[in-house]
Design a binder for this molecule. Structure first.
Ligand code: ADE
Length: 225
């Protein structure tokens, strides 16, 4: 899968892609991520990418031309399955969206800044808008990192059996069961006996019970959806 990220701050991404699972996904060839500096696509001699809004509101608006030029360039090189704009106005991001996007070949993620982007970018190019929560970030970059991470971990082959995404919270609509490791007794705080029993059926039943109990307590909305 290839992800092209359009941003005014490409350097923000370097740390995220050079660690842990994202690093491995890229090294193993499951994922290619290219960041494009929107400023490289302006023809303005001062490299301006924003301007005052028509109608006179506060704040600056990202201009259509540099973004359009970047997207057109990418589209001339390959077909894209989605052009995603990160925005607090978007559809709330869920595991199901991460799974769906992970099946795509090529996607573009556009990160906004300032007051917003010229609406015509949405009209002409954007196929979906994603929000990572009901709060406003300074820009779409951190939101885009969140989406790329969630998508990458469910691309087939990225995780091995041991770290399988199938046991992640939300994959079966439930939160995960608690997990423990050594020591079995930490200052009197013991690991549940069933996990030491070696009885696979009992352990499976216990985990499901814990998932249901935890989901009921913390996220009852998941059980009713
Ligand atoms: N850009 C600014 N805030 C955002 C949010 N909550 N989700 C996605 N992109 C954003």
């Amino acid at each position: 899968m290839r992800i092209d990220i359009l941003t005014l701050f490409p350097d923000m991404f370097s740390g995220v892609f050079s660690h842990s699972i994202l690093k491995r996904a890229i090294q193993k060839g499951h994922l290619e991520v290219q960041c494009h500096d929107i400023r490289d696509y302006t023809l303005d001699k001062h490299r301006r990418v924003d301007d005052y809004p028509f109608g006179g509101e506060a704040g600056m608006v990202m201009m259509i031309e540099p973004i359009a030029r970047c997207i057109e360039q990418l589209k001339s090189e390959r077909d894209y399955d989605a052009v995603i704009f990160m925005s607090p106005d978007g559809v709330p991001f869920k595991q199901t969206a991460a799974n769906r996007l992970s099946m795509m070949q090529n996607i573009i993620i556009l990160c906004g800044h300032y007051k917003g982007i010229d609406e015509r970018i949405r009209d002409i190019y954007v196929t979906e808008e994603i929000s990572i929560g009901d709060y406003v970030l300074s820009g779409g970059e951190i939101a885009a990192m969140t989406v790329v991470d969630a998508v990458a971990r469910v691309i087939p082959g990225v995780l091995n059996d041991e770290t399988s995404a199938l046991s992640d919270s939300f994959q079966d609509g439930l939160l995960s069961a608690p997990v423990y490791t050594r020591p079995a007794d930490y200052k009197g705080n013991k690991v549940p006996d069933v996990l030491l029993s070696g009885n696979e059926r009992l352990i499976r039943d216990w985990k499901l019970e814990q998932q249901l109990e935890r989901t009921q307590k913390r996220r009852p909305d998941l059980l009713n959806s």
